[in-house]
Design a protein around this ligand. Sequence first.
Ligand code: NDP
Length: 488
Amino acid sequence: MRAQPSASHFIDGQPFEDTAGMAFESLYPATGETIAQLHAATPAVIARAVAAAGRAQAEWAARSGAERGRVLRRVAEILRARNRELSELETLDTGKPLQETLVADAASGADCFEYFGALAADLRGDHVELGGGSYAYTRREPLGICAGIGAWNYPIQIASWKAAPALACGNAMIFKPSETTPLTALKLAEILMEAGAPAGLFQVVQGAGEVGAALAGHPKIAKVSVTGSVATGARVMAAGAATLKHVTLELGGKSPILVFADADLDAAVSGAILGNFYSTGQICSNGTRVFVERPVRAEFVERLVERTRRIRLGDPLDEATQMGPLVSRAQYERVLGYMQLGVKEGATLACGGGAARLQGMGDGLFVEPTVFTDVQDHMRIAGEEIFGPVMSVLDFDSEEEAITRANASEMGLAAGVFTEDIRRGHRVVAKLQAGTCWINAYNLTPVEMPFGGVKRSGIGRENGRAALEHYSQLKSVYVEMGRAEAPY
Ligand code: NDP
């Protein structure tokens, strides 16, 4: 199976190669086969991208918002028309099952381009009356060249969530995908050209952390938005400090789901399953600490384990497959390590707990969806982000106790509450320290809703109107209708 792109990078409107950069491969995680060979960007490639971005941004920002929006909405149409091809490529690059990529990756990107394409025509400032006929107004202006740095779990979705609002506001973007999943961002760059974006407006440079760091520290780049781990977010912020860059940080989490005794238990089990096993558990906002009120705990665990055991692992290209492999060997080893740790720490293994060997899947990096019960707050499986299909179930006795324990984390990306008492639902989410909360749902991220974290889970918001604030700056203009006067 090959998915070799014509070149590693996409610069100034076309594929671009520089074999001087360090070579790396993209693997299909379900079999371990090499599907593409690429080269990391050299400093010369980055310089070329920055120069082209500067030219494109000036031209793009001079277009009206409505014109920019038309291009972005055309991107949405092309993404939808090519959804199957893009989904198959995403499946090869990430190992996520086609059943998911067909609905959650390029499709989510399309929603995002459509939404920000519509908003582009409606960027506006305020009018401020100052008395005596004088007034001020504000203009919402682009930042300039923005860098986007992506994680490997939702490659084309992350590229779209960053590019669409950035371009809507009149910026250019240089995007660095994760080295693990380099392929679909190149397709997005091609699609932007086809939709009528100027050459250089959205460019892709490949490479690992050093390339990301070079972008984060580049003096001509005004903003960097990264999706990744907390440690990477801190490094990006530090690298951007010297040039006072704007930053958006979408980082990790160890989010809680609170299941109260009055909840619709099957819906709560669905939420916990979605919030732990979708994308083989490789989702930042996953609700990996599932707190269940003691009276319904046994019933909840019974239904949960029964449904978890039925999850169908298999060939990700088979549309009947529900769970694919983990993305890389490093991630595989790490997740298996946490499964062993859970047992060692004294949690009860309710199901799963190890590697899954599947016939015909060669060196596939499959692991079993795993549920630990009797988990205690101090255990490392309850405190650290695992980024794999490992759920911790914890028990609680009162609302206050559940809230306190849910908040006892340095991270605060997301949280969920399952209850049939609407007052309790609102009361509890108001006290949870999380950037995104769900009541009686989990992990739904429609583009209209701002998404992001508090505490160490991040800074800034993606999606919704809120994202526009993070890709633009206000210029205030004072207009004097009298005569300027000076006291001396
Ligand atoms: P990493 O933090 O390892 O990497 C994220 C991106 O940053 C990659 O493109 C990486 O390059 C790059 N990078 C690494 N070091 C630097 C640096 N010093 N300067 C600039 N860029 C750098 O995360 P993963 O890719 O492993 O993704 C998993 C993490 O992402 C999890 O913690 C997860 O919670 C988080 N995440 C957060 C989301 C959110 O929206 N809040 C969504 C999805 C994931 P390379 O990997 O190629 O070396």
